[in-house]
Design a protein around this ligand. Structure first.
Ligand SMILES: [Zn+2]
Length: 425
């Protein structure tokens, strides 16, 4: 977390100077009346009259999967998982996760994201990769026992050890526990994950009601629907970030609302896998908090929160039949402040006291002209090429569209993918 002074920035159409101390916005002043002292001791970022906006918070990723981008597309979810993704993932080594996550982090920074909530193997490598590029992340041990109690035991032991080491990580890193889904984790594993999360006050991060098959199998096996099953397993005693939540009844929405479950909506992944249409308007009516994610790069296939925002707004309109559903300002809020709040980060806004996470946007880009509403243009018109600079906690992660080490990150990712494909044959 750094000190920084930002001059010649545009906030809400007004020129401002911004003071950041120890990673927090301490003062934002109109440039004319500026009383912020520019000294030699504090680095100065000249924004060149670019617009300052909050950065994005991605509430669901599998960052290490970036190495699998484009490997298996256009499949049905279970065929994709069982016959392509899981067999290849079994060959991934810890170092591959580091390399894949650095690739993902570089892509996320380029598209204005400063935080990701991750579920994957080798979480220490994910943490190391996020730290190496200065990103915030919530990372946890994945629990996928495949109904094997010994495997589950090993995963919980790793989770415990990771928690014990939490003070050794950067202050931008927090932890979660990530039971993969109700169809890959035993009842005991789900219960234990919830106890573990409640004991350590960390979130449970779990896929939920993604496909019709998941619901049908749950009804057959347990005589109830997935949300009801999680309630029976006591999962909601913890803070829960549920991912997808497409096939839900009103009763399930009521259960989630009563337990303050937060939903991570991943529209690109849902469309690509034809998981179903997310019932945005029903979630909103039920009062459940909605946040946005991208999912991993092999089911999306990118990590752009700008694309997620647009897809969310369009999907919400189509699902409800109402073009007024999820207006631009609302989609923007979901991708920024709603995500930050969920992870107890005072971010997603440009104001004194908030964490200094922001992007500088080039308003001379054709996609932002004529510029009646910057937020509307950011949601519906622009892509991430309008983003010039990304700052996280006062640390500059990208400047003039350049990320230090990116060339090396790309080379390492290509090498790792080549190794992976050779091993496969
Ligand atoms: Zn996922």
């Amino acid at each position: 977390m750094s000190d920084l002074t930002v001059k010649h920035a545009i906030l809400d159409n007004n020129p401002v100077t911004i003071e950041i101390r120890n990673g927090i916005f301490t003062s934002i002043q109109p440039e004319k009346e500026n009383r912020i002292k520019i000294t030699n001791e504090i680095p100065v970022l000249d924004a060149g009259w670019k617009a300052v906006l909050p950065a994005f918070y991605n509430t669901h990723t599998h960052a290490g999967m970036s190495l699998l981008r484009g490997y298996a597309d256009d499949k049905e979810l279970y065929d994709w998982l069982n016959n392509y993704i899981w067999p290849l993932e079994a060959k991934l080594k810890a170092e591959d996760i580091y390399v894949g996550t650095r690739l993902a982090a570089s892509e996320m920074i380029r598209s204005g994201t400063v935080f990701f909530n991750d579920m994957y193997w080798h979480p220490r490598e994910t943490i190391r990769a996020a730290e190496s590029l200065g990103m915030r992340a919530c990372v946890g041990q994945a629990i996928l026992d495949a109904f094997d109690s010994e495997q589950g035991e090993r995963q919980f032991k790793d989770a415990e050890e990771l928690l014990q080491d939490r003070h050794t990580f950067s202050s931008k890193i927090t932890l979660n526990i990530s039971p993969h889904a109700m169809y890959t984790v035993r009842k005991e594993g789900l219960q234990r994950a919830a106890d573990f999360a409640a004991d350590y006050d960390i979130p449970v991060h779990i896929h939920l009601s993604e496909s019709q098959k998941e619901v049908a199998d749950c009804l057959k096996e347990h005589g109830c629907r997935p949300v009801e099953w999680l309630e029976q397993c006591g999962v909601f005693k913890a803070r829960v970030i549920a991912v997808h939540g497409i096939h839900v009844t009103d009763r399930e929405l009521d259960i989630m609302a009563s337990h303050d479950v937060v939903i991570a909506h991943n529209p690109s992944s849902n469309h690509k896998l034809v998981s179903g249409v997310f019932p945005y308007h029903r979630y909103k009516k039920s009062g459940i908090k909605i946040t946005l994610g991208t999912d991993g790069s092999s089911s999306n296939n990118n990590l752009s929160m700008m694309e997620s925002m647009k897809m969310t707004a369009l999907n919400a309109k189509m699902a409800s039949g109402d073009p007024k559903e999820c207006p631009a300002e609302e989609a923007w809020y979901l991708a920024t402040e709603a995500g930050a709040k969920t992870f107890r980060i005072n971010g997603g806004k440009i104001e004194a006291g908030a964490v200094a996470d922001f992007i500088l946007v080039n308003t001379d880009h054709p996609a932002l002209v004529p510029g009646y509403s910057l937020i509307s243009d950011m949601v519906y018109s622009a892509d991430s090429s309008v983003i010039d600079t990304v700052v996280c906690g006062g640390d500059i992660l990208m400047r003039d569209r350049k990320i230090p080490d990116e060339k090396e990150i790309i080379e390492e990712a290509r090498d790792a993918a080549r190794r992976l494909m050779r091993n496969e044959v």
